[in-house]
Design a protein around this ligand. Structure first.
Ligand code: GLA
Length: 381
């Protein structure tokens, strides 16, 4: 008998798109998803690489007598919505979890994994975010009280079960694990078919939280690569009271981390300066670099940090970030090229001004609070 064709490889570069949670939270409706898809096209985001339009929690209704899950009133027809998103040249994502309920208390997939996966495929879903939440008390703690190792085995088995259910549909579906970085998820997620996994708890639209998450990514570099990525959570660019510098730094650093770039802002009301950040193609090219090598922090001097990311064809991205609260948090800051393995003057492109820059050894660099210098060097020496 002929074998079914293997599902096409997904997430060969970090997934890019938009997700409803960081702006709409539980208020998201079918109309918000359609409007957002329209805006991804109108704003030029689609052409810049944003592809997935992801519905997060709170679309779920109840199961009927046959166990088939229905949508709630906010989402009258999921198949029609998926068709609409696809008609725009985009892909669509959805959300569930292995427990009886989702994080927001809606119906989860426990005991209905195959059925739900088949349902998603029948709708034309391209991406699933699978969020642990109620599986912790309802299954892990209940079945194996006081036995952490057994609890973790239950968790891994639950993710494996949904991975297999998705695979069995034959449809290429990106599988996003959301369990906040527990039990070194980066060590076991790729093997079971996870394409990305959250490495921390939830992001918030403020610098302290964004910086705390950034700092927790150190040491995870080696786990990222084509098809499997560390996920420091979705973007907050354009949300809350982030300054322009903070939005720029957040976006730059997620690109340095080879992180999924899932915007989470109010697209129909996006300010031009936010659109300019989200559609900066040079920065996106760092994120989407084919080599798929995650960047790392090379050194810091006071509150100024220097990160590098190795890119395809021997190119190098350098980020100098002032993580401090003052313009002169570390004053004077001098760039130490030798610490980056570089020798003599380097010529590159400043990805936020678009201008050619020369980096010389021990040159002073002064940045505003939470601002960044992001440079791409094609031929580092
Ligand atoms: C958790 C996740 C968030 C979001 C909410 C939805 O908190 O980490 O990203 O999906 O659940 O309820």
């Amino acid at each position: 008998m002929a074998q079914p064709a293997p599902a096409q490889a997904v997430a060969q570069t970090p997934p890019m798109g938009w997700n409803s949670w960081n702006f709409f939270f539980d208020k998201v409706t079918d109309k918000d998803i359609r409007d957002s898809a329209d805006q991804i096209v109108a704003s030029g985001m689609r052409d810049a690489g944003y592809e997935y339009v992801n519905i997060d929690d709170t679309w779920e209704g109840i199961r009927d007598g046959n166990g088939v899950l229905h949508t709630n009133v906010k989402f009258p027809d999921m198949k029609a919505l998926a068709d609409y998103v696809h008609s725009k040249g985009l892909k669509i994502g959805i959300y569930s979890g292995p427990g009886p309920a989702t994080c927001a208390g809606y119906e989860g997939s426990l005991g209905h994994e195959e059925q739900d996966a088949q349902l998603y495929a029948s709708w034309g879903i391209d991406y699933l975010k699978y969020d642990l939440c109620s599986f912790i008390p309802a299954v892990m703690q209940k079945q194996s009280p006081n036995d952490k190792a057994a609890q973790m085995r239950l968790m891994i088995a639950a993710y494996d079960k949904m991975a297999k259910a998705l695979k069995a549909t034959g449809r290429p579906i990106v599988f996003s694990l959301c369990q906040y970085g527990w039990d070194a998820v980066w060590e076991w997620a790729p093997e079971l078919g996870g394409n990305l996994w959250r490495t921390t708890g939830d992001i918030q639209p403020n610098w302290d939280r964004i910086y705390a998450i950034l700092s927790q990514q150190e040491g995870l570099e080696k786990y990222a690569g084509p098809g499997h990525w560390n996920d420091p959570d979705m973007l907050e660019v354009g949300n809350g009271r982030l300054s322009l510098a903070e939005n720029r730094s957040h976006f730059s650093m997620w690109a340095m981390l080879a992180a999924p770039l899932l915007a989470g802002n109010d697209l129909p009301h996006m300010k031009p300066e936010i659109k300019d950040i989200l559609t900066n193609r040079d920065v996106i090219a760092i994120d989407q670099d084919k080599l798929g090598k995650q960047g790392s922090r090379v050194y810091s001097d006071g509150e100024v940090e220097v990160w590098t990311r190795h890119l395809a064809h021997g190119a190098l991205a350098i980020a100098v970030l002032n993580a401090g609260d003052n313009r002169y948090s570390t004053h004077p800051f001098h760039l130490d090229l030798a610490k980056l393995g570089l020798h003599g003057t380097q010529t590159g492109k400043d990805l936020w001004t678009g201008k050619t820059v020369k980096l010389t050894d021990s040159m002073p660099i002064e940045l505003g609070s939470h601002d960044i210098l992001l440079v791409r060097i094609e031929a580092p020496k």
